[in-house]
Design a protein around this ligand. Structure first.
Ligand code: DGY
Length: 344
């Protein structure tokens, strides 16, 4: 067994068990990252739980495959691949609870063929992710990270009119690609900044149009007309590489691209070229094609790029709620009940 594996609880005999009574086999739950004991307490009442004992390092594929083969339930991160290979060898597996609203890391078709329920964490992260989206947009437009480095490096000599002058956000136009719950929460924040809200979505969202004054545009119109293009669309076969060189060419040269959706919605090579050729003004990126990115990544060499490590929903409050929701979903399935937030 790897030294990263923590046996949280093994074969605890239920308190009401009589002497000599045969112990019922408890379900086995494997968690792919270290979570707090407190959050896991209710789950530990009904199951044997093990977790990969690292907060930052992902569980190796071979460990995940091995544990999944024994597990009744998996609590996974968005970086864990739950594919056909894993699902077809996991004979006892009943539920995968993914600690994210996105579930592009899970093969839903294979899960449904093997009778595995997939759960995610929608709603509870909406406002937190919208906060981060807006923070990233503001940081990119107003050059906040560049400005901080400037001060920290001791370069600040005097006040000067053009020093780190960025772009205004208020009263500009924002184009939201993906008008789901997070998209609408971003639109509410944009309303507070007096921005014109444009959106593109698979389907028209009449409530967002009515309540938030959002105007529907085709993908191309949105790119042409927005000062800030905000990508929040999930990764599907239809959205993979949606943002390619042609898309960036349609954007205003003064416009910023903000991505808090998924990295593979963007052809990253073509984004780099668009930035190098000044076809767009800058980019704020929470997500990348292949995560994590190393410190030598070309996007990190560009002052007009703000790059952060996929922290859209990362507030302590929201992450705690997401973890609890995952545990609740697992417990529901293990009790033969309907989980609260089932994807399929
Ligand atoms: C998710 O939950 O899918 C988001 O990417 C979190 O940041």
């Amino acid at each position: 067994m790897s030294d990263k594996m923590t046996i949280i609880e093994l074969a605890i005999i239920p308190v009401n068990m009589k002497q000599g009574e045969k112990k019922m086999t408890r379900p086995y739950v494997f968690i792919t990252r270290k979570l707090s004991e407190e959050i896991l307490a209710p789950l530990k009442e009904i199951a044997d739980v093990q977790m990969w004992n690292s907060e930052s390092e992902a569980v190796p594929r071979e460990v995940l495959l091995e544990e999944a083969q024994k597990a009744d339930a998996l609590l996974t991160m968005l970086s864990d691949k739950v594919d056909r290979e894993l699902l077809s060898h996991s004979r006892n597996l009943k539920v995968v609870a993914n600690l994210a609203v996105g579930y592009d890391n899970i093969d839903l078709e294979a899960a449904s063929e093997t009778g595995v329920i997939v759960c995610n964490t929608p709603d509870v992260l909406t406002e937190t992710t919208a906060d981060l989206t807006f923070a990233l947009l503001l940081a990119t437009a107003r050059r906040i990270t560049e400005a901080q480095e400037y001060v920290k490096e001791g370069q600040w000599q005097s006040w000067s009119p053009y020093l780190l002058a960025g772009a205004d956000v208020h009263h500009k136009s924002i184009g939201i690609i993906g008008m789901g719950k997070i998209g609408q929460a971003v639109a509410r924040r944009a309303n507070g900044f007096g921005m014109e809200v444009l959106y593109h979505n698979r389907n028209r969202h009449l409530e967002a149009e009515r309540e938030l004054g959002a105007s529907y545009r085709s993908f191309e119109q949105l790119l042409e007309q927005s000062d800030f293009v905000v990508c929040l669309t999930p990764l599907t076969e239809a959205t993979r590489h949606l943002f390619d060189r042609d898309a960036f060419k349609l954007m205003k040269k003064s416009a910023f691209f903000i991505n808090v959706g998924r990295g593979q919605v963007v052809d990253e090579e073509e984004l780099i070229e668009a930035l190098q050729q000044n076809e767009i003004a800058g980019a704020g990126l929470d997500v990348f094609y292949q995560e994590p990115i190393g410190s030598e990544h070309p996007l990190l060499k560009m002052p007009q790029v703000v790059a952060i490590p996929h922290i859209g929903s990362a507030s302590v409050e929201t992450r705690t709620t997401m973890m609890k929701l995952c545990c609740d979903n697992i417990m529901a399935v293990l009790h033969g009940k309907e989980p609260k937030t089932k994807v399929r």
